[in-house]
Design a protein around this ligand. Structure first.
Ligand code: NDP
Ligand code: OXD
Length: 315
């Protein structure tokens, strides 16, 4: 490997404000040079990249690249690049602030369905005074697909509100305070109990299209779905069919296969769908800059990286 005198961090995102991210990185590491894609300069200088929705194949251009840091918690948007430099570690964001935002989002929408607010909104529009039966939180079954950093925090916060969440994950082993199901074998039994299903899975080949007609058929009649993970988890036609038939009571969607959600898409006007524009938990530049710089310093010191992605598992 040829080391140049100037080693630089490249910020490469087609959607995020470069000036905000430059300021965050420079505040954290005044001794490091920050470059903004596509003004890359000499490609040999690039030691680390901080990326979100980068240009596929671009990361192969940097012969001295030693770290690829995802600007978000998810890495599907990075791993779908068929030309990633082999052997270069990939890290993702794990941040208390981000996790807290996600838990707030999930709590908001779980409570909305639990307290039947979406039904009262419809009744109000019809000028109907109609009290509905109200189960208590411990009686309401909320299921979390994914019990990672986000899922566990959501479980703890829903637990504080009195819910007894169920969880589903890939690996075995207990998760404190959550009745946990595992893998493909446990999915049916888990779904059969979920009146409100929350998706907090990473998008991988194993979870692509997981929210499909079979899953909706396995949920209790009238169940609700909250997807704040990735749009690719949802088979959109199956979701619309399940909502229209009454199999599902409603869906809250923060993420979509096509973002921004195109004008005219049926989700926009569907009476049982709530749309938010991928804002469940927005990555905070200052803390991500801190994690990225810490990992560059660890790399230079030969120490293990934090929050490295397991490339075999895909998350
Ligand atoms: P983690 O990697 O910490 O957790 C992932 C969880 O999913 C783990 O419990 C894992 O199981 C489980 N899982 C993975 N694959 C499977 C599978 N095939 N079957 C069953 N369970 C599986 O991720 P985070 O909690 O940090 O984040 C989750 C996702 O949330 C991110 O990947 C991202 O896509 C999304 N996100 C969305 C945001 C938004 O604003 N909408 C913001 C931030 C994140 P195990 O425990 O066995 O490893
Ligand atoms: C993320 C996201 O993955 O914002 O962090 O979606």
């Amino acid at each position: 490997m040829i080391l140049t005198e100037t080693m630089a961090i490249l910020f490469a995102s087609k959607t995020d404000p470069a000036d905000v991210w430059r300021a965050a990185l420079e505040a954290e590491a005044p001794d490091m040079e920050v470059r903004i894609w596509p003004e890359v300069g000499a490609v040999e200088d690039i030691e680390a990249v901080l990326v979100w929705l980068h240009e596929p194949g671009d990361l192969m251009r940097y012969p001295n690249l030693k770290l690829i840091a995802s600007l978000g918690a998810g890495v599907d948007q990075l791993l779908c690049d068929p030309a990633l430099p082999p052997g270069v570690p990939i890290t993702r964001v794990v941040d208390d602030g981000l996790t807290h935002l996600m838990s707030e989002y999930v709590a908001q929408h779980v409570l909305r369905y639990h307290r039947r607010a979406s039904e009262y909104e419809r009744l109000q529009r019809a000028e109907k005074w109609e009290p509905l039966a109200q189960p208590s939180a411990p009686e309401r079954r909320v299921g979390l697909m994914g019990l990672g950093v986000m899922g566990r925090d959501v479980a703890a916060k829903l637990g504080a509100l009195g819910f007894r969440p169920l969880g589903w994950r890939r690996g075995r082993g207990p998760v404190a305070g959550v009745e946990t199901y595992h893998g493909a074998d446990g999915l049916g039994a888990f779904l059969a109990r979920c009146e409100i299903l929350v998706c907090l899975l990473p998008l991988t080949p194993a979870t692509q299209g997981i929210l499909d007609a079979r899953v909706f058929a396995a949920l209790p009649e009238g169940a609700y779905v909250v997807n704040c993970a990735r749009g690719g988890h949802v088979v959109e036609d199956d979701l619309i069919a399940a909502l229209d038939s009454g199999r599902l009571g409603g869906a809250t969607l923060d993420v979509f296969s096509n973002e921004p959600l195109p004008p005219g898409h049926p989700f926009w006007r569907h009476p049982k769908v709530t749309v938010t524009p991928h804002v469940a938990a927005v990555t905070p530049p200052r803390s991500v800059a801190k994690q990225t710089i810490e990992n560059i310093r660890r790399l230079r010191a030969g120490e293990p990286l934090r929050h490295e992605v397991d490339l075999a598992a895909g998350y």
